[in-house]
Design a protein. Structure first.
Length: 167
């Protein structure tokens, strides 16, 4: 597939920060992984995600939550985390006439003691796919180079590709 139509995001995730790199354009972002929402007539209405959500903190009727804030795991609230990523993907991916769903490489940076459990790996992969990723990869280890990201190459030494499992 031509690079013109590719969207690859490299996400380095901590409970208080999400760093993103749009591989094809080289644009980098750092956002708080939070969601601002308002409840109207019994429905939750997402308003903003990331740093834009922080600006709304303290506004009447607005709740700001972090779906990645938990003492034992990086994924605390699946639906909040999914809505957060859905809104942030729109920020991270440059607007084009034809916009392909992104390939997302998630690199968790904390809560890795003892390794990721199968439940955590599956939860993170399903989170990315539910948020709009066309393909999802879960990586832990060394920071991936731009060349490795462009070619979706994961070094055999220096880390582990947790998802998808090698066939």
């Amino acid at each position: 597939m031509s690079k013109l139509f590719r969207n690859t995001l490299y996400l380095q995730l901590q409970s208080d920060k999400l760093r993103a790199l749009h591989v094809e354009s080289g644009r980098a972002f750092a956002e708080a992984p939070v969601l601002a929402w308002r409840s109207e007539k019994g429905r939750v209405i997402p308003l903003a995600a990331g740093n834009a959500a922080l600006v709304l903190r303290g506004s009447p009727g607005v709740t700001v939550v972090n779906g990645f804030q938990h003492p034992r795991s990086l994924l605390a609230d699946f639906s909040v985390a999914e809505q957060t990523l859905q809104l942030l993907f729109k920020t991270f991916i440059p607007a084009t006439l034809f916009q392909a769903a992104p390939t997302v490489i998630l690199h968790p940076l904390e809560h890795l003691e003892g390794g990721l459990t199968q439940v955590e790996i599956r939860g993170l992969a399903e989170l990315l796919l539910g948020a709009g990723a066309r393909r999802a990869f879960i990586w832990s280890g060394v920071e991936l180079s731009r060349t490795a990201l462009e070619n979706l190459q994961f070094p055999a030494e220096g880390g582990t590709l947790h998802y998808p499992e090698p066939s």
